[in-house]
Design a protein around this ligand. Structure first.
Ligand SMILES: Cc1ncc(COP(=O)(O)O)c(C=O)c1O
Length: 454
């Protein structure tokens, strides 16, 4: 609530705030003094405040004037959709890497970060890459996909998933999602898999696991590998198994918009030793430089086709520090998501709130809600005017200009994907947000949805 400043804690709790109640005191019997009392007050006031700053009851609040209609915004300082958790330790790690003078990849910081990531994933090894995009490209290339082959992936994903296929010369076969999980629908995979299929790429959207049992069964039946696009899913599990370690290849992102960041970066985890060795060569321009750096050969040379996919040691040094925060980030995001969901439950008959289901633990990378398509764009604009950095996700790949012109898809081909993309709003959820920030997200969402969906 803009302008809320003073709380006198005692037997009777009072708020003095001229812009809220015209200088009078509000008695808030629900408030308890002590740590977090500011948060409680904001939650309580949110239920009583009208959009124009005056005070009403809960029903009046739901009908409060939106900032987009000239009302008072929930926040004056916009809250971004995401902001990474970075502090002095990250800066010091980067400076230390620079002082050490090893700026290229494959150095000591890279090795330490790879160990830390492998430990976090319960695997024996990982390979740092320049991005999740390069990890996906390497996976598709290592599978040997090429012209005439097909790779199945969801249409509801970031472009990198399908670009990795195109770059190999193979054709991405875009399929629909299960509307309850927003993940690739196993039945849709089953319907298109055939003799040309070289791989299935799954995306654990928002950090919630795909149906890995059904996907693995289909893949095994057809003898094709599974690539997990785990860009959203670091720290999430399926039946207690870390996502990204279940399929043949797991691809992670440390892009600045993710929970664990190093600016631009990614990682590749392989199930088989042989694939790990081949990926290590591929990311070093097709050379055995990694063996050379480990002292296993006295010179390195060109041994296979490759590219330049190794993460710089300066970024790896930041990543190593970031990975140390993973448990704290996961805990904090889980707590924030749970609190936001309980604040928004009153909307649950009109808005689909994100949830976990049996056997999965989400990373809570994103907090996507689904609203009727007719109000979605207005709701995003209205939330932004309330100071909340809401956003949509994604333009479906099959109905994008490229999907239509070069892959031959048409709008209407994948109805569940289209409906989800037309309904989805991402609300801000990041570990560095304060309790008050979260309360603003809840307040603005209740205010906007209360008005648009009443
Ligand atoms: C599902 C998915 N896959 C892949 C990527 C690409 O990640 P990167 O930017 O690390 O290449 C993203 C990026 O947001 C993503 O959301």
């Amino acid at each position: 609530m803009a302008g809320l400043r003073s709380l006198v804690c005692g037997e009777v709790r009072l708020v003095s705030e001229s812009s809220v109640d015209g200088g009078r005191h509000l008695i808030l019997p629900q408030a308890r003094p002590g740590p977090g009392s500011g948060f409680q007050l904001r939650a309580i006031l949110a239920r009583y405040a009208m959009g124009d700053g005056s005070v009403g009851g809960p029903l009046a609040f739901a009908g409060g004037r939106l900032a987009i209609d000239g009302g008072v915004p929930v926040r004056n300082t916009p809250l971004p959709l995401a902001r990474p958790w970075i502090d002095a330790a990250d800066a010091e790690a980067a400076a230390e890497a620079v002082r050490r003078g090893w700026l290229a990849g494959g150095g000591p910081a890279g090795g330490e970060a790879e160990e830390a990531l492998a430990r976090a994933l319960g695997t024996s090894r990982s390979l740092l890459m320049t991005s999740c995009t390069s990890a996906l490209e390497a996976s598709v290339a290592l599978i040997g996909a090429g012209p005439g082959d097909e790779v199945i992936c969801p249409s509801f994903t970031f472009v990198s998933t399908a670009n990795a296929v195109l770059r190999s010369g193979a054709r991405p076969i875009l399929v629909d999602i299960d509307p309850s999980s927003l993940n690739i629908a196993p039945a849709a995979v089953d319907a298109v898999i055939g003799p040309r299929t070289r791989a299935i790429i799954v995306v654990h959207y928002a950090g919630r696991a795909c149906d890995m049992e059904a996907i693995s069964e289909i893949a095994a039946r057809h003898g094709v590998p599974v690539i997990e696009d785990a860009a959203h899913a670091l720290g999430a599990t399926w039946r207690t198994r870390p996502l990204g370690t279940i399929g043949d290849f797991g691809c992670f992102s440390f892009h600045g918009t993710k929970d664990i960041v190093c600016g631009e970066g990614g990682a590749l985890v392989t199930r088989r030793d042989e694939d790990h060795r081949r990926a290590e060569v591929m990311r070093e321009k097709g050379t055995n430089r990694a063996e050379f750096l480990r002292g296993e050969v006295d010179r390195y040379t060109w041994v296979a086709e490759g590219s330049s996919y190794v993460m710089s040691d300066v970024l790896a040094a930041i990543l190593r520090v970031q990975l140390g925060r993973l448990p704290a980030i996961r805990r904090r995001k889980r707590e924030l998501a749970s609190r936001l969901t309980s604040r928004l439950t009153g909307l649950a008959d009109r808005v689909t709130l994100p949830h976990e289901w049996a056997g999965i633990e989400s990373s809570w990378h994103l907090y996507p809600v689904l609203v009727p398509p007719a109000v979605r764009d207005t709701a995003i604009s209205a939330l932004r005017r309330e100071g909340i950095g809401a956003a949509f996700h994604y333009v479906p790949l099959h109905s994008s200009p490229f999907g239509r012109q070069h892959l031959g898809y048409r709008p209407g081909d994948l109805p569940e994907t289209e409906h989800a993309c037309a309904s989805l709003i991402r609300l801000p959820l990041f570990a560095a947000m304060t309790d008050d920030d979260l309360e603003d997200v809840a307040t603005a969402t209740l205010k906007v949805m209360g008005r648009l969906l009443s």
